[in-house]
Design a protein around this ligand. Sequence first.
Ligand SMILES: [Mn+2]
Length: 307
Amino acid sequence: MTQMLAPEVKSLALIGAAIGCGAPDECCADAPLALRDSGLAAALSGGGLRAAWQAIHLTPRRSDGADPLATVGDLARRLAIDTSELSRARQRFVAFGGDHTAAIGIWSGAARGLRAHGSNGETPGAFGLIWVDAHMDAHTFATTESRMIHGMPVACLLGHGDPSLTRLAGAQAAVAPENLCLIGTRSFEAGEAALLARLGVRIIPIDEVQRIGFAAALNEARAIASRGTAGYGLSLDIDAFDPGEAPGTGYWEPNGLHADEVAPALRALARDSRFVSLEIAEYNPHKDADGRTARLIERMVKSATGA
Ligand SMILES: [Mn+2]
């Protein structure tokens, strides 16, 4: 006798981080509400998966007098509460910035949540991160010229930077240099490159990605991010893509990644139980009049989560 089993419905938590004060143009702060209003949760749901917005965190604007460092730190603490609870429960989420400063709280919290895990011989709490971005985002206030905090999240997650942004994962940094890999890098400054070189962080710059293919780059990054860790995440800055394919982002960097190559490669993440979660950063809906970039985002999320 056979018995029909009810299909298991998996839930996918969507989290919004409406922040723009870490960037010169604050318009990325409007991304989470624009994506919510476009019906993204419904578009991602179906076939045994139900996506729902769990929270959209709002922040004050620099143009209204908000202090960027205090605002970034306050949001980071709020985001870290959400993502630590989800990671502890091993529930996959997708977080939407906002500018890339949201990564500080998102991934510090995920690292903190994973401390509860540590079976199979990996270091308890160790967390890996793949950073797909045109930029290194590895400045500190000591090296930056712009003083914009969206150029600093990688350094913060490695434990370098303002103390209010480096200790959100607990006593240790969110990620160790040997578990971090950058993909698609093509625009950076000497100070941030020196920090990553000194720490021995693997960088796969855009010319190498073009030579070996995005899938091979992602495979290497996954090996780095999962070596000895309880899980890993992927932070995807929209400016990693070629501006012709993804015009809706803060600052265009020519010669970027191609969606037709990235989307199929990301499917490997959906099948990997160590893949914790995805962050989409620096989407600017005001530069996306025809919705091209929003459709690209939906495609990337579907690929990475199996939605
Ligand atoms: Mn970035």
